[in-house]
Design a protein around this ligand. Structure first.
Ligand code: SF4
Length: 268
C-alpha cells in the first residue's frame, strides 16, 4: 500500500462496480485520501447489466457521500478491441473456462463466479480471470490449454487498456494528479496486467498511476457487500465472461454431484 507521504492530492479511482469499490474507498479515506469515482466500463454486457451495476454503485456512493462520474459506455470501442480479440480466441478455443480442478475447489472461485465480477463477484469484479483456464470440451468440461489462457489474457489486457485509457484521459482533462483502480480487489483478475496497463495509460496521459493490490481485501469486500445487500454479479462483465462463468458453474455442480455419489458409494 502507498504511504501517507505518497498520497495524491486529487485521485481519480476507476471503479468496476460497487462491491469492489467498498474496501479501496475505506482504505483510501482512512489515510486521508478522498477519491472521485469514475465508472468507465464499456465491457459490460448487456446494457441492462451495465445499468444495474451503475445503479448499484451510484446508490452506494450516494449513501457514503462519495462523488462519482459515469464515463462513456462505448460498446463499439470495446468490440473493436477486446471483443475482436475475444472472438478470435472463441473461434479457436471455444469457451475458455477455468479447469475442473480449480472450479471444484469452490471457495474463492465459487464466490467470484457466483457473485459478482464486478459486482457480483464477491465484490469483486470477479470472475476468475486469473485462474488456470482452457477451452471447454464438447460436453462443457473445461480442459486446460496454455494457449487458450494466453488468448484470454490478451482479451482482458485489451479490456483493461480501453477502460484505463478513458479514465486517464478524464483524469488529465479534469486536473487529477493520480489514477487508481478497484479492479485489483479480485484475485481472479490478472493483477500484474492491471498494474502494467494502469501504469501505461496513466503515464501516457501525464497522470501518476496509483496501483494498489487490494486482493487482501477480497473476503472483506464480499462480506460487506453482502451485508449491505448490494447487487453482486456472477460474471466479470463481457459477453465472453458470462459464457465462461456459466460453464464453470455447471462444471462445479457436476463435480460436486460426482463427489457426493462417490462418497455415498464408499459408505454403502
Ligand atoms: S473477463 Fe472481464 S476483464 Fe476480461 S475481457 Fe471480459 S470483462 Fe474484460
Amino acid at each position: 500500500m502507498t504511504s501517507a507521504a505518497e498520497n495524491p492530492t486529487k485521485l481519480l479511482l476507476h471503479a468496476c462496480c460497487g462491491p469492489c469499490s467498498m474496501e479501496p474507498v475505506r482504505l483510501l479515506r482512512e489515510r486521508g485520501v478522498e477519491p472521485h469515482v469514475y465508472y468507465a466500463n464499456s465491457n459490460i454486457h448487456p446494457p441492462a447489466e451495465y445499468a444495474r451495476r451503475l445503479e448499484t454503485i451510484r446508490g452506494w456512493a450516494a449513501s457514503v457521500g462519495l462523488s462519482l462520474t459515469e464515463g462513456r459506455y462505448d460498446v463499439a470501442a470495446w468490440e473493436a478491441t477486446a471483443g475482436r480479440i475475444g472472438d478470435a480466441a472463441r473461434a479457436r478455443f471455444g469457451v475458455i473456462a477455468g479447469d475442473v480442478a480449480d472450479a471444484a475447489g469452490g471457495g474463492a472461485a465459487e464466490a467470484a463466479a457466483g457473485t459478482a465480477a464486478a459486482g457480483a463477484t464477491a465484490a469483486a469484479s470477479a470472475e476468475p480471470a486469473g485462474a488456470t483456464r482452457g477451452g471447454a470440451a464438447g460436453d462443457g468440461t473445461p480442459t486446460h490449454s496454455a494457449q487458450a489462457e494466453s488468448a484470454r489474457q490478451a482479451r482482458c489486457r485489451a479490456c483493461y487498456r480501453l477502460r484505463f485509457e478513458e479514465a486517464a484521459r478524464f483524469a488529465a482533462e479534469n486536473g487529477f494528479d493520480a489514477l487508481g483502480t478497484t479492479l485489483s480487489v479480485s484475485p481472479y483478475q490478472y493483477t500484474d496486467v492491471i498494474r502494467e496497463e494502469l501504469g501505461r495509460a496513466a503515464r501516457a496521459a501525464g497522470v501518476r498511476p496509483l496501483f494498489e493490490d487490494y486482493r487482501p481485501c477480497y473476503a472483506e469486500a464480499t462480506r460487506r457487500s453482502r451485508e449491505a445487500g448490494l447487487y453482486r454479479q456472477n460474471f466479470c462483465g463481457c459477453r465472453f465472461s458470462e459464457e465462461e462463468a456459466a460453464v464453470e458453474r455447471a462444471a462445479r455442480k457436476r463435480f460436486r454431484a460426482e463427489a457426493r455419489e462417490r462418497e455415498a458409494a464408499a459408505h454403502a
